[in-house]
Design a protein around this ligand. Structure first.
Ligand code: SF4
Length: 715
């Protein structure tokens, strides 16, 4: 049977529904139900009144709106809220089971102190005062203290930054830019470094360098609608990726590429623009002069080294395809170019992201409708406080931190523990986690002071990074947190008493109320609710603002219409031509069994957070998604290496070795091996404690992770 693109669109649009109607997961759920009958954590709602509540998911930054069916005020079923401006009915597999997490077996129900003795981790319960006293002893004036905040832009984030700003050595840390790398690179090139987003709804073409646009990336509800059959204008979507992924299936066309050669292709596209005068001269010059600190003339010459003919030999893409892609982008403007892997793949390297940012500049897409949108920066106290500036975790020098605090929030993407560990000064450095679960990065913490679980407290949802306007939504609590959980804001206030800051103030929910007051005074933007769009200036009181946002409304700030000017200062740190990149690819000599190792994963399921045990059972038994430890390769790669499907194979990199089960997949480019990452095997009770996580093999000496060279052999 031949599948058309429309069929695939239907398939994607119906995936959530499919999960509901196909008997396979339900058979497994049936098994799960039997399995869980003896599980002490299972909620047992008493027969009682059925009610419906609105909230929003906080398991990643997308903030999808939820509708909860509650019995006796306990949520028993979550669905996507069709009317919520965030998600518009979409909810992923992790979000569907978000209400299970409050009952998770790995739930931490009070402060814990952990230590390792003879290789065995021991946990003991401590009082909150004792836990805070231990942390206070580590936050003296000479100590470097960092907080890793995976969902910046909340009132709690502002408190973190204020406290860190009051310390002699405080660092506010954010996640590596796995999903938003292109915007981050572009932001560094624009005067004033404004917030940026994508105006996909008005784009005519989207060129994605491996971004999983239709597999959980950004705001998945928005992306699903983008290619929905009800849209009058669907952009041309080109997916450039070494495997025929779900996004490649839904794109207008798929261009397979040799892994790790995306930078060469981007530079070659710039060369075609130059040769064929396909871009405005001013835009092209702006783009090319930012590529290195050597200036326009030198960079123009350097770009000429990336002719389509030469790029073809390196990337595996025919030269005429490179030329026709550049021509197509010139015709289909506004066009957007973006890159970056999925939640498990890690951030794309900075040189490639800068070249993709330059392509957007060359095509005149920045600040143009249908291109890259400029967003108003947050003007509430969240942003304006005298606070520590943000630093990306991977940019922090190694061996810097004496005390690292891990906020409980998640962005849905993976951070391998070795990336965090290398930032700790020595064995005496302390890690504190506010996670409600003993999983992911929290497993490595010395002290755990648990926060409420998802859907147990009022939380802010800043607009997702890909949105074209700034804004704010709320996630209202559906459950009451158990005794023993602690508001992180109150912990920071107590710590600040010990460090001389003295930030006495309200709880996290009190801070959110204060932010509502600031919004009300701002009198800017609109609040979109399922029923109406209300200009904020027309609302009579702050209570009305709070009521509308609590009922599933979203505050959207006014759009910005400024001209942009480009700067070169930040860009000096990244020279895309450094080391003769094309030559280094051509000269690369690999031994016969060396192969490109690529991790991949799904947002919110591969991340460092928690998944419902029932969901993880569905995953393990349905094979809806491949699980660790699996290695996926092209059959021709198997033949070349003398391997067969079903073999146990050893994957080896500079970081060590791991064993995986070999599966063949004809849609993967030869010479590559894909390994799925997550869900966290220890968190789903499937761990072999001695096994090396496959992701650990992908960590490279530069302090980041992603595609790496490996050997593959029969175990
Ligand atoms: S995990 Fe993320 S994508 Fe999934 S429902 Fe929650 S907010 Fe939406």
């Amino acid at each position: 049977m031949k599948l058309s693109r429309r069929d695939l669109l239907r398939l994607a649009a119906g995936s959530a529904a499919g999960l509901v109607f196909t008997p396979v997961p339900w058979k497994i759920l049936d098994d799960s139900a039997i399995w869980t009958q003896n599980w002490p954590g299972i909620p047992e709602p008493s027969a009682g009144e059925t009610t419906f509540k609105t909230s929003a998911c906080t398991l990643c930054g997308a903030g999808c709106g939820l509708r909860a069916r509650c019995v006796s005020r306990i949520p028993v079923r979550l669905t996507g809220d069709e009317a919520h401006p965030l998600g518009r009915g979409y909810v992923c597999a992790a979000g569907l089971a978000a209400h299970h997490l409050a009952h998770h077996p790995l739930r931490v129900r009070g402060p814990l102190k952990r230590s390792t003795r003879r290789g065995v981790v021991e946990s003991s319960t401590v009082s909150l005062d004792e836990a805070i006293a231990v942390v206070n002893r580590k936050s003296g004036p000479e100590s470097t203290v960092g907080i890793l905040d995976r969902r910046p832009g909340r009132s709690l984030s502002a408190l973190y930054r204020r406290w860190l700003g009051s310390l002699q050595h405080g660092v506010y840390l954010t996640s590596p830019p796995t999903e938003h790398g292109t915007l981050k690179a572009l932001q560094g090139l624009i005067e004033g470094h404004p917030d940026l987003g994508y105006d996909f709804e008005h784009s005519r073409m989207i060129v994605s360098f491996g971004t999983p646009l239709f597999d959980g990336w950004g705001s998945p509800g928005r992306m699903t609608r983008l290619v929905g059959t009800d849209r009058a204008m669907t952009p041309v979507i080109v997916q450039i990726e070494p495997r025929y992924s779900r996004t490649a299936m839904l794109a207008s066309s798929w261009i397979p590429i040799v892994p790790g050669t995306e930078l060469i292709l981007a530079l070659s596209l710039l060369d075609v623009l130059r040769q064929e005068h396909l871009a405005k001269r001013e835009d092209l010059e702006n783009a090319i002069k930012l590529l290195s600190p050597d200036g326009l003339a030198a960079n123009m010459l350097a770009v000429q080294q990336y002719s389509p003919g030469r790029a073809s030999r390196i990337t595996g893409i025919p030269g005429d395809s490179i030329v026709s892609l550049a021509r197509s982008m010139a015709v289909n403007r506004p066009a957007v170019v973006l890159g970056g892997g999925d939640a498990g793949a890690g951030p794309m390297n900075k040189a490639t992201q800068k070249a993709l940012a330059a392509l957007n500049i060359a095509f005149g897409s920045v600040g143009t409708p249908g291109g890259i949108a400029l967003k108003r920066s947050d003007v509430t106290a969240v942003a304006s406080s005298s606070a520590a500036a943000d630093t990306c975790l991977t940019d922090l020098p190694d061996r810097s931190l004496d005390l690292l605090i891990l906020d409980a929030s998640e962005d849905g993407c993976v951070i391998p523990w070795p990336i965090v560990e290398r930032k700790l000064r020595d064995d005496q450095a302390m890690v504190v986690s506010f996670s409600p679960f003993l999983s992911g990065l929290a497993r490595h913490a010395d002290i755990i002071i648990p926060s409420p679980a998802p859907l147990e407290s009022l939380e802010e949802i800043p607009m997702p990074f890909d949105a074209s306007r700034s804004g704010l939504a709320l996630s209202t609590p559906l459950m009451t947190p158990p005794e023993g959980t602690t508001d992180a804001a109150l912990v920071i206030q107590q710590l600040s008493l010990g460090t001389g800051g003295g930030f006495n103030g309200p709880s996290a929910s009190g801070m959110i109320r204060s932010r509502m007051e600031e919004l009300f005074r701002l009198r800017r933007g609109t609040i979109e609710t399922p029923k109406q769009v209300s200009p904020l200036k027309d609302l009579p009181s702050v209570d009305e603002v709070f009521t509308l946002l609590s009922a599933g409304g979203v505050w959207l700030d006014d759009p910005v219409g400024e001209r942009v000017s480009y700067i070169a200062d930040r860009s000096r740190t990244v020279n895309v031509f450094a080391g003769g990149v094309a030559a280094s690819f051509e000269e690369e000599t690999r031994s016969p069994n060396e192969i490109a190792l690529l991790p991949f994963g799904v947002k919110a399921l591969s991340g460092t957070g928690q998944v419902s045990p029932i969901l993880s059972k569905v995953f393990q038994e349905s094979r809806v998604r491949p699980l660790e430890p699996t290695a996926l390769v092209n059959p021709s790669t198997c033949d070349a290496l003398g391997l067969h499907a079903g073999d146990a194979v050893r994957i080896t990199t500079d970081r060590g070795s791991a064993i995986a089960a070999l599966h063949t997949d004809a849609t993967i480019i030869p010479g590559a091996v894909y390994v799925p990452v997550g869900p966290d095997p220890e968190a789903i009770n499937q761990a072999n404690p001695s096994a090396v996580p496959l992701l650990t093999l992908c960590v490279d000496p530069s302090g980041t992770w992603g595609t790496t060279t490996a050997t593959l052999e029969k175990a």
